[in-house]
Design a protein around this ligand. Structure first.
Ligand code: DP6
Length: 322
């Protein structure tokens, strides 16, 4: 059977950076995020009896094996041995810090399980997607999402805190370079305990989760924006003080961070967030979106912008990729 799924990327306000179980991808702490409506992966999976090995095409390129490993997990749940043909396309550049693994593994999990004849619940899909890439478990449910860290495999999954229509805040993603990051999130996270600041992060993380839930509950943009920016800086401080040090920021990333700070002091309330990479997420109110998008497009260090609101969780479509 052939199945196709679409899943969106997500932006974490409270970040996932560090695992307590590498193999199961159990995170050191819970995290809270929003689905990004403008950033989609579409994936078609078909299990074919005549294939000797998985035939995987991702945005026209061959894959490195991580997808095949995830197909093995799906085959195990479905109790089948058949190899699969997988075609996947993103509507945004991958591997520059835009969390393509989140939308990618969420779409693969939904399309793969459906193509294997399974009908898993949202919770089971989230648990399975997590094992492909941690942040992918937050791209299964829609809207504003919390990932409960959990101590066991079946306790670590994501669910919707508030639906996408709850709040119309925007995320303008600014792509500052098409350069691929040289250390992946998976590799980077292995270094967390070498940073002298990681322990204090973990001690204070519960407070941050409480603040994020509170900010969402009250639709308090100032509270959420300040927290998101603090988090991005703290995570990059940990990256930079890991041994060896991880420096993802490019000069254009810092220019954008300074742009945000200067706009803010001039009265437009905006905040930045960062992931593993150079690109910058700018959180703004709906009423400021058009003016900001225009201004950002005029900056020579901004290559492209993608505007998102909170979006849908992973879903099936009948429109298959070839
Ligand atoms: C900085 O989910 O890509 O985007 O589980 O090893 O695949 P793996 O890592 P991944 O890490 C995402 C890290 C982050 C923060 C976040 O999205 O919470």
């Amino acid at each position: 059977m052939k199945a196709t799924a679409i899943a969106n990327s997500n932006l974490a306000f409270v970040k996932y950076w560090g695992k307590k179980d590498e193999k199961l991808r159990l995170p050191e702490n819970g995290s809270i995020s929003m689905i990004l409506s403008g950033m989609e992966t579409k994936t078609t999976v078909e299990f074919l009896a005549n294939l000797k090995k998985d035939d995987i095409t991702i945005d026209g390129k061959e894959d490195n094996g991580r997808v095949s490993l995830h197909l093995d997990r799906i085959r195990k749940v479905a109790d089948i041995k058949t190899r699969a043909k997988v075609i996947s396309k993103n509507n945004f550049p991958s591997s520059t810090g835009l969390s393509s693994s989140a939308s990618g593994f969420a779409a693969l999990t939904l399309a793969g399980t459906k193509a294997a004849g399974l009908n898993l619940s949202e919770r089971k899909l989230s648990i399975l997607a997590r094992k492909g890439s941690g942040s992918a478990c937050r791209s299964i449910p829609g809207g504003f999402v919390e990932w409960k860290s959990g101590d066991k495999d079946d306790e670590s999954f994501s669910y919707t805190l508030f639906p996408k229509t709850y709040w119309d805040i925007c995320d303008i993603v600014c792509i500052c370079s098409s350069e691929k990051k040289d250390v992946s999130s998976t590799e980077g996270q292995k270094l967390v305990s070498s940073s002298p600041f990681y322990n204090s992060r973990i001690i204070n993380i519960e407070q941050k989760l409480i603040r994020a839930r509170e900010a969402l509950k009250k639709r308090d943009f100032t509270m959420l924006g300040q927290l998101a920016e603090e988090e991005a800086l703290e995570m990059h401080a940990i990256m930079m003080t890991s041994k060896p040090a991880l420096l993802y920021l490019l000069p254009s990333t810092v220019q954008l961070m300074r742009f945000v700070m200067s706009e803010r002091s001039n009265g437009t309330e905006i905040y930045f967030s960062l992931n593993t990479g150079q690109d910058v997420h700018i959180l703004c109110k709906e009423s400021d979106k058009d003016k900001l998008a225009k201004k950002l497009s005029e900056q020579d260090y901004v290559k492209k912008i993608i505007i998102s609101k909170s979006g849908d969780g992973a879903r099936l479509t009948e429109e298959h990729l070839q």
